[in-house]
Write a protein that binds this ligand. Sequence first.
Ligand SMILES: CC/C=C\C/C=C\C/C=C\CCCC(=O)SCCNC(=O)CCNC(=O)[C@H](O)C(C)(C)COP(=O)(O)OP(=O)(O)OC[C@H]1O[C@@H](n2cnc3c(N)ncnc32)[C@H](O)[C@@H]1OP(=O)(O)O
Ligand code: FAD
Length: 666
Amino acid sequence: MEVGAPDYLAGERQTAEFDVESMKVTWAGSRHALEVSDRMARLVASDPVFRKDNRVMLSRKELFKNTLRKAAHAWKRIVELRLTEEEASRVRFFVDEPAFTDLHWGMFVPAIKGQGTEEQQQKWLPLAYKMQIIGCYAQTELGHGSNVQGLETTATFDPKTDEFIIHSPTLTSSKWWPGGLGKVSTHAVAYARLIVDGQEHGVHGFIVQLRSLDDHMPLPGITVGDIGMKFGSGAYNSMDNGVLRFDNVRIPRDQMLMRVLQVTREGKVIQSDVPRQLIYGTMVFVRQTIVADASCALSRAVCIATRYSAVRRQFGSQNGGPETQVIDYKTQQSRLFPLLASAYAFRFVSEWLKSLYTDVTEKLQRGEFSTLPEAHACTAGLKSITTSATADAIEECRKLCGGHGYLANSGLPELFAVYVPACTYEGDNTVLLLQVARFLVKTVSQLGSGKVPVGTTAYMGRARHLIQCKSNVQSAEDWLNPQVVVEAFEARSLRMSVACAENLAKFPNPEEGFAQLAADLVEAAAAHCQLIVVTKFFEKLQQDIPGKGVKKQLQILSSVYALYILHKHLGDFLSTGSITPKQGALANDQLRSLYSKIRPNAVALVDAFNYTDHYLSSVLGRYDGNVYPTLYEEAWKDPLNDSVVPDGYQEYIRPLLKQQIRNARL
Ligand SMILES: CC/C=C\C/C=C\C/C=C\CCCC(=O)SCCNC(=O)CCNC(=O)[C@H](O)C(C)(C)COP(=O)(O)OP(=O)(O)OC[C@H]1O[C@@H](n2cnc3c(N)ncnc32)[C@H](O)[C@@H]1OP(=O)(O)O
Ligand SMILES: Cc1cc2nc3c(=O)[nH]c(=O)nc-3n(C[C@H](O)[C@H](O)[C@H](O)COP(=O)(O)OP(=O)(O)OC[C@H]3O[C@@H](n4cnc5c(N)ncnc54)[C@H](O)[C@@H]3O)c2cc1C
């Protein structure tokens, strides 16, 4: 905010009962992370190349070229200022425009790191780090995305030339969707069925050069282009999601990523001790980052809706006094505050997931693979529930802003359009929950076999207690006790999983049973994942959290998150007998009283996200709350208002009006 400019939300900020600067540190993860983030946000906001207020007005070609310009400029600044990888990734984040760089850094580089041998990493990573090559992740095809084993592209070993021949045998085998592929990438990690000596060995990744490094023309045998406009204006259309066909393209043998499986010069296929599933490792990595992204997108929408709800007034004027701020309506609070709590919940669960991922990666390096299934289930499940909740929440925030939320300059329509594919990419959310369900059913089936469940399923080890326990909540106050809440969530989750396992046992063919019970299995999986989020929020509160009143606010938010989920899924809690209807009603009473505690802190709680006005790009979410004059000013900037009488008047409006006059005379 400019020095001396009026702050229309100052009153809201004065009622805060905690130290906002300390909350900023907690949200960012550390003082260092906050400092880096803050510095990079300002660097981007102050650079005119990164302006984005005109984005929705640009044609696809202009938008795309502008994205290239921003990406090139960002890279120039990163090099000039010798930014660290952490700083560079914050720059890309605040530039806030989907671009080929997301896939280059987010998937191409990790795929080589995770699936390449030491030598392959030494050869390719330095080129990628300097952006002397630009890469994408080409897995999905026109005919198959979720079913990775169903991919049709082939990679056939030719022992005569020591090469693989990469080929697209059918239309449906065309690669379809990879970001950065359409117009930019020089290379791809392309996934194809490995065929050696007529034998199939499953799907593997291959580094394939697509375009000339001299003139960017596709290499012989490569057909490549963009797949066309996507949902919304601006939004994800800055990304060149692409189509790619291979016509017997030859690549050297050493361009197959060989950490999991090696093909020798003689055409021998050697399976290393690394599990096959590591071929899916890049997806595990990215799913984990997508959970963190969910907390960012959600907090951004909530920041806009909260500030605007404090500015906006409707009804309730007494004796000519001001009307009621819409944030004071209990309905507004019951729709908005759970989303605010969810933003914090997703932030902390993503922190935990990152540490789990780091831990599992270290173990994999040491040849320990036992924690991989849990890492897969956690990343898949949390990716699924956090992105679904966030997509719904952004739309709810738009509605919370009334009519003005539908204006592009509220920032919410474009945020929704950019965000909503997160429910599909990196694994369709239902398909991912079915993976979690498989893991849970397996865990349940092993209970009593002596194998003790660990990690996020450790609670299943107390199945005998959880299957019959009764919640002892007697008052609304009791619902503030984390142990009481966690036990209710554990009982609900365990009972849903056990019910699924029992029903599955009734089918002679387990796969048929799994298919028939899929809808119930997905609900059991979601219940397990919600338990993880609730538990990790409470565990966060066990840590030392400095700053006046910060922990208290987080305690309130953790209870709001848990009781909101309980209220939303009350049917599950009641039908499993985990709580009684009376206890459900008490949870709701508690939730109401928690909303009143959040109210004086709401604006400060979104200030703690530390978003610049540039990043928010929302007239409604401005830090200073100066909404109406800005909306009025912005309207006049619309190209339609360039002339008072619109283009087309002479051709279309005038003749119409004249004709009406003639008709009227008749
Ligand atoms: C920093 C910023 C980062 C990036 C930029 C972010 C955003 C950019 C925007 C968009 C990027 C989007 C990119 C993409 O979308 S890439 C394409 C992603 N595609 C998918 O996610 C496909 C989803 N499908 C699958 O994951 C799988 O095919 C499947 C659903 C899991 C089924 O596979 P299948 O082989 O048939 O497996 P199963 O028979 O069901 O399971 C076999 C066995 O393997 C275990 N398993 C499965 N997946 C994994 C895994 N990832 N890791 C570890 N283990 C896995 C599974 O549990 C089973 O185990 P069992 O013990 O039961 O045998
Ligand atoms: C914006 C965007 C960016 C992308 N970027 C990339 C990229 O960079 N690289 C890349 O390789 N891919 C990319 N993708 C592709 C993406 O990963 C796939 O679209 C995604 O994995 C879903 O697969 P699908 O499209 O085949 O969906 P489908 O599997 O066809 O899903 C269609 C419907 O069928 C249901 N369904 C499917 N299988 C089952 C089942 N077993 N049981 C129950 N229901 C089922 C799903 O729930 C869904 O409702 C991108 C996609 C998008 C939208």
